[in-house]
Design a protein around this ligand. Structure first.
Ligand code: GLN
Length: 483
């Protein structure tokens, strides 16, 4: 038995029955990391000795009867989420030597279950991007085709989960960064409702849009992680005091009678015919499973990207002002304070953060604020209310995740606008704050994974589990990259 082929659920059962130990499970993943990293570069740091120590501790806990499903399960974390004592570079030179002084709340919560932390994964610089090519520490490759990007910005986490280097991986999603790489790499990706999980200890990109998310091999696995991450946190005033339901109750409920809306604006010209075919196949499957599928409309969703690329840069220009060369990371020695700021920022930030800081500063400055930022916020309001309206008639929405499968390395890197357009199907959810699930639904002729996106109303993630797991079972895809 190859221990890296297991799902969390299977591994947890074997651990409980003492048929395997967490040390064995962790060693198998560390060996796989050693074998594959020269090709993939999903990790920025592998915490080998610490992982083995945690695995020993997990075995001891299991021996004492601890029965959380995550005890002893090896996982990876995107390098913009703080894990105390480890680097947190956010993929940027400006944080190259930064060591996290505390745990992000989601990490703290997971640690209570005793999973095994394997290391930190690669990302686009400050999570700005869709390909993991803007990382200051080199690119990550798609495990299904090494000449293609893994998606982004959580490309390292998606790659690690898809290549079985970790049993699950955490990412962050501001405009699609969990769902799009999950789709490109053939794993499940869950972005929770804004306010469902604490953002405390995430290196902020757009504070009104960011959410931590999960990537795993199955919908059930993703939800067993999410179950432990969710909930209000006193350190994040935007996390909401809503009770966290027992998601597992919704696992086998199926989709019979569920009303699923297909927003017509998501089937625009330019969508890859293979993606369209996979999504249409999925819709048919949903109908066979007893769902009631009908068309719906989100008329202003087409303006999501325009609004997103104003709102987000404005927040970026504020959030990234803290990197001044004094308090964090890279500090270029200079004669006076002001030139210290300039030089540290000039040499620490890559081109994409600089571009967005400039756009955001411009769009929020006196004289332009009304024309750009205020307008974008009004558009956001419209889009939000259209989602609410659509959910008056439908339990869920179903759409593509991305207009095409993974694209080639270097293919779009010189054209920022074409990269921004990549968020066309994922960004609207962040604009509206609603949760979404990216689920592998097929393969292109050239062997690249294609995902579909399920969208639920605010705080109705259980519907994503219910429909996602039913669909996963009906599709019966067994994806594994040949590495
Ligand atoms: N592609 C989007 C961007 O570059 C989304 C990033 C994200 O979700 N972190 O902003």
């Amino acid at each position: 038995m190859d221990l890296t082929d297991l799902t969390i659920k299977q591994a947890a059962e074997l651990l409980r029955r003492k048929e395997i130990s967490s040390v064995e499970l962790t060693q198998a993943h560390l060996e796989r990391i050693k074998k594959l990293e020269p090709k993939l570069h999903a990790f920025l740091h592998v915490a080998e000795s610490e992982a083995l120590k945690q695995a020993e501790e997990a075995d001891r806990l299991i021996g004492e009867g601890e029965n959380s499903v995550l005890t002893g399960i090896p996982y990876a974390v995107k390098d913009n989420i703080l894990v105390k004592g480890f680097q947190a570079t956010a993929g940027s030179k400006i944080l190259e030597n930064y060591i996290a002084p505390y745990d992000a709340t989601v990490i703290k919560k997971l640690k209570q279950a005793g999973p095994v932390f394997l290391g930190k994964t690669n990302l686009d610089e400050f999570a700005m991007g869709v390909s993991t090519e803007t990382s200051a520490f080199g690119l990550t490759r798609n495990p299904y085709n090494l000449e293609k990007v893994p998606g982004g910005s959580s490309g390292g986490s998606a790659c690690a989960a898809a290549a079985s280097e970790a049993l699950f991986a955490l990412g962050t999603d501001t405009g699609g960064s969990v769902r799009q790489p999950a789709s490109f790499c053939g794993v499940v990706g869950l972005k929770p409702t804004y306010g469902r999980c604490s953002r405390y200890g995430l290196i902020a990109l757009g504070s009104s849009l960011d959410q931590p998310g999960v990537m795993a091999k199955t919908v059930e696995d993703a939800f067993s992680v999410f179950q432990l991450m969710a909930g209000q946190d006193e350190f994040d005033s935007t996390s909401l005091p809503k009770a966290v339901p027992d998601y597992s109750k919704h696992l086998h409920q199926g989709v019979k009678g569920m009303k699923i809306g297909i927003p017509k604006e998501y089937f625009v010209a330019g969508i890859d015919p293979e993606v369209r075919a996979v999504v249409e196949g999925t819709i048919k499957k949903m109908e066979e499973l007893g769902a009631i599928v009908s068309e719906t409309s989100l008329p202003h969703v087409q303006y999501s990207i325009a609004a997103y690329y104003i709102i987000l840069p404005v927040e970026i220009s504020a959030n990234l002002s803290r990197y001044d060369g004094i308090r964090y990371g890279l500090s270029v020695p200079s004669e006076d304070l002001a030139s210290g700021y300039y030089q540290s920022r000039a040499s620490g930030f890559g081109p994409e953060p600089k571009r967005r800081i400039m756009i955001g500063t411009y769009a929020s400055s006196a004289g332009y604020y009304d024309a750009y930022y205020k307008k974008a916020k009004q558009v956001q309001g419209l889009i939000k209310s259209e989602f609410t309206q659509a959910f008056g008639e439908h339990d869920l929405l179903l759409t593509p995740v991305s207009p095409h499968p993974a694209f080639g390395i270097g293919e779009k890197s010189s054209d920022p606008l074409s990269l921004y357009l990549e968020d066309i199907f994922t960004g609207p959810l962040n604009i509206a704050g609603v949760p979404g699930l990216s689920l592998p639904a097929g393969l292109s002729k050239s062997g690249l994974p294609i995902g579909v996106q399920l969208i639920a109303p605010h705080f109705a993630e259980e519907r994503l589990l219910q429909a996602g797991s039913a669909l996963e079972q009906a599709l019966g895809l067994k994806l594994k990259p040949d590495l």
